[in-house]
Design a protein around this ligand. Sequence first.
Ligand code: NAP
Length: 468
Amino acid sequence: METIVRPLRVAIIGSGPAGFYAADHLFKQAGGPVEIDMFDRLPTPFGLVRGGVAPDHQKIKNVTRVFDRIARHDAFCFFGGVDIGRDLSVLELESYYHAVIYATGAQTDRSLGIPGEDLPGSFSATEFVAWYNGHPDFRDRTFDLSKKEVVIIGVGNVAVDVARILCRTPEELEKTDIADYALEALRSSDVRRVYLLGRRGPGQAAFTNPELRELGDLLTADLIIRKRDLDLDPHTLRHLAEHPDRETSTKLDTLRQIAERPLKNAKRQLHLRFLESPVEILPGPDGCVAAVRTVINRIEPRGDRLSAIPTDEFEEIPAGTVFRSVGYRGIPITGLPFDEQRGVIPNDGGRVVDVDGALRRGHYVAGWIKRGPSGVIGTNKPCSIETVDLLLADVAEGAVGNPQSPERAAVRALLDERRPGYYTYADWLCIDAHETRLGQSAGRPRRKLTSESEFRQALADMTETSDS
Ligand code: NAP
């Protein structure tokens, strides 16, 4: 059994919740000196908490206070704006670290595989979310909000976020940290009717109860649910009788209450439909999205799942804009195995498993790239703990990597050459202070900087102020 010469050097790739929860557990449980270097391809930390959580869900973002405390640990170092694969390879990481934890999340979207999916006017919800949250890679995208009808495909919490943001009033949005350009675009939005399409029934809806209630409470939108969609099929009724589930019965009660409420005749209508799948996105004469052709489904058991089975009844929903919100998907990292079907790095409880089935010594995964895009922020905590416990068991066995240069100074020297001007945690604190100050004068939690040039300018201004 080899003994690790301490400090144990660990790289964490990705600074979202899974990365920070892994760092936290390592600091608490390492059983000896440990140094953590966290890398992110973006200049700013916190992953989906900054770039995914909806701007009108500010309270959820308070979790960054916990992450900030972890980042201030003496043995923690943040390298922002560093892309693993481009600036440093997986092989190179092995020269500097005993272990690497990949917590890169799920950065792209699943596709529907139907005709018309790529027509102008059809967008992925993940892009729209990244855009309104000020993600630097998406700030220059444009979304057509001039059309009256919008279809959102999928009824997960991301679809619900998109529907809510489309239906909120400018007065509500201007109290949030939504990107300035998105606020301006939504201010002049012409959207009047939003359709949320669930392919299965209300008993299988992926959204959660607080999110449903929020849709029902929108100030200037009526939530409209067809009563016939709420008549449960025999398979769902049997399933619920055999597996009573409070979350689902509350959801069904809420849906029924909403369906029976009188309408407010609000400015916008939000139609929540079930048992309806898109089969084609249809173009108009200009070649852009004009309608969504759908098929009505029924529920049938298939394997261990109640599935949507198409009938021969079709409908057409006129819509100039479509958001596809059918789940996120991980992307491969050069030098690591990848499960194309599931969009994750193959692993056993968090230990990376190579194509030949052998464990990849010293390489681990946590979060969505480990288990797929499911659960809320807190779900990542037990997921990261499981990974770190295995990593520490491997450390105890001497079964991790054997780096030639286990020093942070060596990593810094290499990055100074390869990625001069990479961002430190101190840089983030300056950017954070700058954004918060900009927000304060506008009565907002922050006004986000969204480009590399804005980040650099803010840092230069800060340096000037502290020098004078
Ligand atoms: P999700 O919860 O997995 O929902 C995906 C939706 O897409 C489901 O309704 C699914 O229907 C549907 N779908 C999949 N393939 C489809 C197809 N071919 N045609 C039509 N519909 C299809 O994914 P998500 O909304 O992207 O959310 C990801 C995770 O983040 C979830 O765990 C979510 O709860 C979480 N999240 C939480 C919050 C929050 O807490 N406020 C906010 C955002 C996201 P089926 O069920 O039939 O497969």
